[in-house]
Design a protein around this ligand. Structure first.
Ligand code: NIG
Ligand code: FE
Length: 437
């Protein structure tokens, strides 16, 4: 049992919607529109994490087991029945936030691509680099030459980095393999990360990230290969929770995307798709039609896309790091929120368009560039991120019964200070599954 005391403010409390008795309080699964503008908080608080007390909490995945949030309150009502051996942690007047839920990353990759970074400075666009055989194919070549163990080692360095920066749940995509063998290698590395790190990890199969070199000029054949060989093999090993397609100009068409999503649906694998990054691709509408859990990027979208998302179960996910790094136009976050949509924020951590998994920075970017308020951006990077990767029953808010995943900041004058101080290392201590990491 773990008691955190002396917390100036607990941020991101969601204890609405009681289910059954008081031991089983269930938060909301996502926030939409005006709901995103408020953050549940209490001041001068304590929090208790307990791995044992709540054992039967619905559909918990065995792999996500661990310490859970048992109770919290204000200091005047400190729990009296605390066991002798409880660990007590003094937050020293810092704030406690639920860990970030980063619902879109490509953090398993080999090497790095700073050469293209310089090419971009010298005037090439992302698409021009891709057309020259660089970009994603460059990472695929590197990954092909890298052993599974070495790939795991490199990825775990990034995992350690994002844990330190406050991330507690992460979705990781394949997509730098582009052959059956190398896609499976990536997905096995993702599985190993899930088994060996305290993060909650979801895996997404993104064979349709680019056309593999062996299929150059034969995109249709590559799509058939994905449908006939890759998806069945991935499903047979149970390696993917979701399927993704880079549905955009110069990558995969709507017809191809639909065919791949249908193939995955036969195995019960739901889509999360890359849409509307480079052009108004129709990917948003297609995603909604296929009950995608999320449609991501959305740098190019208008009223029709917003209308298509209204009333759907699909979470629009914004990746402000990619727009920042590539100098893309900005997604219409305000219009989406004003239309009543929820949005999620994710890092897109990858070597080509967003070489950063710093979610606090993504929150700052959302405030600075997308005109989201600090409360909206924090909700987007926690509870709505959790929804966008299917873990909002166990992560994304301070809710009794959810995993004890949170971080403690240095003392701060306000919640708004976090995104405002956009490069200060404000996160002081990190706890995942009730243990300090
Ligand atoms: O999300 N847009 C497609 N894929 C990645 C970039 C991958 C890369 O350039 O390596 C993205 O931005
Ligand atoms: Fe991406």
């Amino acid at each position: 049992m773990l008691l955190i005391k002396n917390i100036a403010k607990i941020v991101g409390i969601d204890d609405g919607g009681r289910v059954g008795d008081a031991e089983r309080i269930k938060g909301r699964e996502r926030l939409q529109g005006a709901e995103m503008a408020s953050l549940g908080t209490i001041d001068n608080a304590w929090l208790l994490a307990d791995g044992e007390r709540i054992v039967d909490y619905g559909s918990m995945d065995a792999l996500t087991d661990g310490g859970r949030i048992a109770a919290y309150g204000t200091a005047s009502e400190l729990p009296a029945d605390l066991p002798e051996d409880a660990a007590v942690v003094d937050a020293e007047g810092g704030m406690l936030f639920p860990s970030w839920c980063d619902s879109h990353t490509h953090l398993v990759y080999a090497g790095s691509r700073e050469g293209e970074f310089v090419d971009k400075i010298n005037g090439l666009t992302y698409e021009e680099i891709a057309r020259r055989g660089g970009g994603i194919l460059n990472s695929a070549d590197l990954l092909h030459e890298t052993s599974e163990d070495e790939l795991y080692r490199q990825a775990m360095e990034r995992v350690a980095e994002i844990i330190k920066m406050g991330t507690g749940a992460v979705e990781i995509k394949s997509g730098y393999g582009l052959t059956l063998e190398d896609e499976l290698k990536m997905l096995r590395v993702i599985r190993r990360i899930r088994q060996t790190s305290p993060l909650t990890v979801k895996a997404t199969f993104l064979g349709a990230h680019a056309v593999g070199r062996a299929y150059k000029g034969r995109q249709g054949d590559y799509v058939r290969h994905i449908i006939d060989e890759m998806i069945p093999a991935v499903a047979a090993e149970g390696l993917a929770d979701y399927v993704d397609v880079f549905c955009d100009e110069g990558f995969f068409t709507l017809t191809e995307t639909a065919a791949m999503l249908e193939a995955a649906a036969k195995y019960g694998i739901r889509p999360k798709i890359h849409a509307n990054e480079l052009a108004v691709s129709g990917g948003v509408q297609l995603g909604v039609a296929h009950n995608a859990l999320s449609v991501d990027h959305l740098e190019r979208m208008g009223a029709e896309e917003i209308a298509a998302l209204k009333g759907s179960a699909t979470m629009p996910t914004l990746l402000p790091g990619a727009a920042f790094f590539l100098g893309l136009p900005l997604p219409p976050a305000r219009e989406m929120l004003n239309a009543g949509l929820g949005v999620a924020l994710a890092s897109d951590f990858n070597p080509g368009s967003s070489p950063s998994g710093n979610m606090a920075f993504m929150v700052s970017l959302a405030c600075i560039r997308l005109r989201m308020t600090p409360a909206e951006a924090i909700n987007a990077a926690t509870l709505n991120g959790a929804y966008a990767m299917g873990v909002s029953d166990i992560a994304g808010s301070v809710t009794r019964g959810k995993l004890a995943n949170f971080f403690i900041t240095r003392p701060m004058p306000s919640v708004e200070f976090l995104p405002y101080s956009y490069s200060s290392p404000l996160i002081r201590r990190v706890f995942l599954r009730g243990r300090e990491v």
